[in-house]
Design a protein around this ligand. Structure first.
Ligand SMILES: [Zn+2]
Length: 483
């Protein structure tokens, strides 16, 4: 970016709530069912059908609002948001407008530099709309079908203030928000399945100015990568336009990941007038303050607090704490293994370097299905600790544990992997290696220090990695000068 501009970004994040049933009816919210098998007159918008508020969705919304430090509006209500779209037969969506569930929260975000507090403007609930399925390409489709399975699925919309100052910061905000809703168990955070998606508002202004520039909205970003790339592209596009004195249009754009650019979708001049009015079929919500306080008391320890505790209590680096604290499943796994083994630092290493490489993902389900339980990992570390196996052998044992679900001791016993620390046995191997590598010994004598490492490696190799490296080093130290 060439001009002295400041980037101003605000995000609207839609999170699908993990309720079993839809926002206003009893239909299932399960993903991937055959089209239109999870619908009823209410979510299809048939005349005469009446919506009923899903209490669990309200509770999930309140829990999230409290975790984000929002004020919960004890009195709030649903409104009709009118617009025409073929996947929405009622021609309105039930959402919240003037009286949202919660407002005025904050989320602390760290992206490279010092942490910054990003304002949360509001949090409200609404229903999702249906999905259009086109036969072939959209423009030339022979036919289009509507699947109402998704219509009526409960969504929570979290709107940030325009406090984000860079695409990286927007990405960090989205990650932090995802971690919170996943921790709370209110959203599965699965971006591929659309459980979490976001719209981004971005504008540039002359650095130091209070006046906001012309805002562009990028719709429906469904991965961290897309959010960041779309924003990077858009910041550059707007800066180039401003540099040459071009006037930007307030418009809605879409991200085209294949071509790596945003494309205009509609101009705000044709923006919808939503004609909001209070939903007449639903009573205003009157929440009890005691109930809200009960939910506050039930909040789990949140990712930010957990990160701080991991650094203080276990001596982890902030980076390790961040990685281990992302998901509740992984954090619990780490703590259980650290407690049992008494070696938090080593456990962190094994989890981050070995376990995450083997697991198909770092989500709670993947961690829960892991064949190496925290207690088995602690068992493996105990074998390294008491000298039964070397760190190198331990990595092989770890892999075998993962495949077979056995514990470390059983594998080590069966495969005879116990470390050889016996000086007499190893002395013979060391002599042999020294005899076979006279040239290397000469290099060592001429001051080439790396030669020692090679000789240690040769001893390890001829013992299939079972030699105790400390004993090998000691023996070589004694024998080398005498060769
Ligand atoms: Zn329904």
């Amino acid at each position: 970016m060439s001009g002295p501009y400041e980037t101003v970004i605000g995000l609207e994040v839609h999170a699908q709530l993990r309720t079993r049933t839809k926002m206003f009816c009893g239909c299932s919210t399960g993903f991937g069912a055959a089209p239109n098998t999870q619908t009823c007159p209410v979510c299809q918008g048939n005349p005469g059908s009446l919506p009923v508020i899903n209490k669990r969705a309200i509770e999930f919304g309140i829990r999230t609002a409290l975790a984000l430090g929002c004020t919960v509006n004890l009195q709030n209500r649903f409104a009709r948001k009118h617009y025409f779209y073929p996947d929405m037969p009622k021609n309105y969506q039930i959402s919240q407008y003037e009286e949202p569930l919660a407002e005025h929260g904050t989320l602390e975000v760290a992206a490279g530099g010092a942490p910054r507090v990003i304002g949360i403007q509001r949090l409200h609930l609404e229903e999702d709309v249906g999905k259009l399925v086109h036969e072939g390409e959209f423009a030339t489709a022979r036919a289009s079908h509507v699947d109402y399975n998704r219509a009526g699925v409960p969504l929570m919309e979290i709107v940030s203030k325009p406090d984000l100052r860079s695409p990286e910061e927007a990405g960090a905000y989205l990650r932090a928000l995802r971690a919170i809703v996943v921790y709370l168990g209110v959203c599965d955070g699965n971006m591929e399945e659309g459980s979490l998606r976001c719209d981004a508002n971005v504008s540039l202004r002359i650095a130091g100015s209070d006046v906001l520039g012309t805002k562009v909205e990028i719709k429906n970003l469904n991965s961290f990568r897309h959010v960041q790339h779309a924003l990077e592209y858009e910041v550059k596009r707007q800066a180039q336009a401003l540099d040459v004195g071009e006037r930007l249009t307030q418009e809605t754009r879409l991200w085209d990941p294949e071509r790596g650019r945003t494309v205009a979708m509609r101009s705000k001049e044709f923006a919808h007038d939503y004609r909001y009015f209070p939903e007449p079929d639903l009573p205003p919500l009157d929440l009890a303050a005691t109930e809200v306080e009960r939910l506050r008391g039930d909040l789990p320890e949140l990712p930010a607090a957990k990160r701080v505790r991991f650094v203080q209590a276990y001596g982890l680096s902030p980076h390790e704490a961040e990685l281990l604290g992302q998901g509740r499943g992984l954090a619990d796994y780490f703590e259980a293994a650290a407690r049992e083994s008494g070696k938090p630092k080593a456990v962190a290493n094994w989890v981050l370097n070995e376990l995450l490489r083997e697991l198909p993902g770092d989500d709670d389900a993947a961690v829960a299905a892991c064949p190496i339980t925290p207690s088995r990992l602690a068992g493996l570390l105990a074998l390294i600790d008491d000298g039964t196996i070397s760190g190198k052998i331990a990595k092989d044992v770890f892999e075998k544990m993962f495949r077979s679900g056995e514990d470390a001791r059983a594998i080590v016993g069966r495969e005879g992997l116990t470390q050889v620390a016996d000086t007499d046995t190893l002395a013979g191997v060391v002599d042999q290696v020294l005899a076979q590598h006279a040239k290397v010994v000469e290099d060592w004598r001429n001051g080439k220090k790396a030669a020692l490492g090679f000789l240690v490696g040769q001893v390890m190799k001829s013992t299939q990695g079972k030699a105790n490296p400390a004993v090998v080093n000691q023996l070589l130290g004694e024998k080398l000068p005498k060769v």
